[in-house]
Design a protein around this ligand. Structure first.
Ligand code: ASP
Ligand code: MG
Length: 454
């Protein structure tokens, strides 16, 4: 059971989480928690301030974090327990301050120290949640994620080492379960084999939960968040978006990549490998069944499961008439993106030109300059990717025609039907997103198969 930042954001949220865990205690849950909502962002700000030599700025943010955790702890714990726990929290926050002073003194922030600073969010939230669960009668035991989630040393986006992790889980988590305890561990953080703290990428607690779930052979992985599961589209764009009751791993992975923020894209990998169902559930509304993500989606009358839109996209057009017929053109182009460590989302090609999309970032002018040595280059920002996902695309005729006739007056820039054959993706102006999503949603979801949608 993974509880995200908003599901542990304050005392009230942690109490709701305790009640939810209580309701499943007979099923021997392991609990993975994020830092309290926004804490990781603030730790990033702390680390950056310290790295720029702004010692007081960094310590000021840390002071705010300290207060927030003390307040939650005092609301959650009886006076006696609180006094004892207070000094434990104090120890953590003093260590954070000391680290920040050290960074500020040197005036330099390395990825390794960044990870050390960021690790405090989950180190502290997991301690607080363990204490609060115990105060509510759960037999909770803290497990140090740095002992279990063993990773390589690519700081800020470390890769988990599964064999080592599974050994550690067998050593530190399994015995607790056998003794009827509820293990509680921080997500997102881990450590190298020699114990240096690492993090596995922003939003990584979902991934931690899946790694643990797969490692202990869990019957299911529950991702507790603050919405009723995955929706057919962003409810902010379309108030009549429906809840998706069940979706396949492949479909959910496409959606996670294309902007459905509910789930971290890598989450599903360990679950897919072990074929463990993943449930996305709402800690504010635990009775709702949420979304169930399974290996094989049941038959569905609608061609799509969902429509996702991703804004802040830049199109890069590369036109190379002189490379016509020459091989190595694509290689040369992609090498430029590789050199700038820039991920490409959608690609469409003709004989003499290639269009690519990238998340808008500062590297684009430099990339364009490098590409300019090979060919003629243009780039244009403020675009958006729209992606329709569903396994039924494969077998249904006329789906693309229906999509594009619903938005026939819109300027569509690039079209690609993913190699997986379960998505239709195209690029439009960012400003067209609301009307395009709304029209497609009413075209494809006005009638929704009740077996799959709510
Ligand atoms: N606290 C981390 C973050 O905000 C990890 C997570 O919550 O998934 O990125
Ligand atoms: Mg998240």
């Amino acid at each position: 059971m993974k509880f995200g930042g908003t599901s542990v954001e304050d005392a009230a949220a942690i109490m709701r989480a305790a009640t939810i865990v209580q309701s499943r205690v007979a099923e021997q849950p392991v609990v993975v928690v994020s830092a309290m909502a926004k804490v990781t962002d603030q730790l990033v700000a702390c680390a950056n301030a310290a790295g720029n030599g702004d010692r007081e700025g960094a310590l000021g943010i840390a002071r705010g974090l300290r207060e927030r955790h003390y307040t939650a702890a005092s609301e959650l714990l009886g006076t006696g327990v609180f006094t004892q726990f207070h000094s434990e929290l104090e120890g953590e926050f003093d260590a954070l301050d000391e680290l920040l002073r050290g960074i500020a003194a040197v005036g330099e922030l390395t990825p390794r120290t960044t990870d050390n600073v960021l690790s405090f969010g989950e180190r502290i939230s997991s301690k607080l949640v363990t204490a609060a669960f115990s105060a509510r009668g759960l037999n909770a035991s803290l497990v140090d994620a740095r002992q279990c989630i063993v990773t390589d040393d690519r700081h800020t986006r470390a890769t988990p080492l599964f064999d080592e992790i599974n050994d550690a889980l067998a050593e530190y988590v399994r015995p607790l379960l056998e003794r009827g305890r509820v293990p509680v561990m921080g997500g997102f953080i881990g450590a190298t084999q020699d114990g240096t703290p690492t993090t596995i990428g922003r939003g990584g607690s979902d991934f931690s939960a899946a790694i643990v779930g797969a490692g202990i052979g869990a019957g299911r992985i529950e991702i507790w968040t603050d919405v009723d599961g995955m929706k057919t589209t962003d409810p902010n764009l379309c108030p009549d978006a429906r809840r998706i009751k069940v979706i396949s791993f492949d479909e959910a992975a496409e959606l996670a990549y294309f902007g459905a923020k509910v789930l971290h894209p890598a989450t599903l990998l360990p679950a897919i490998q072990k074929n463990i169902p993943v449930l996305v559930l709402n800690s504010r509304n635990p009775k709702n069944e949420g979304t169930r993500i399974v290996a094989r989606a049941p038959g569905c009358k609608n061609p799509f499961k969902a429509i996702a839109a991703k804004k802040r996209i830049t199109i890069v057009d590369v036109v190379a008439t002189r490379m016509l017929g020459a091989h190595g053109f694509l290689k040369a182009i992609f090498e430029v993106f590789d050199r700038h460590r820039c991920a490409v989302d959608v690609v469409s090609t003709s004989e003499v030109s290639v269009s690519l999309t990238v998340d808008s970032n500062e590297a684009i002018p430099a990339i364009a300059a490098d590409l300019g040595k090979l060919a003629e280059v243009k780039y244009e920002g403020r675009k958006a990717i729209v992606c329709l996902v569903g396994e039924n695309i494969r077998g249904t005729r006329g789906v693309a025609a229906k999509v594009f006739s619903a938005i026939s007056d819109v300027n569509v820039r690039m079209i690609s039907q993913g190699a997986s054959e379960i998505n239709i993706t195209f690029v439009i102006e960012e400003d067209d997103v609301p009307q395009v999503v709304q029209r497609l949603h009413s075209t494809f979801f006005a009638e929704a198969d009740p077996a799959v949608f709510d």
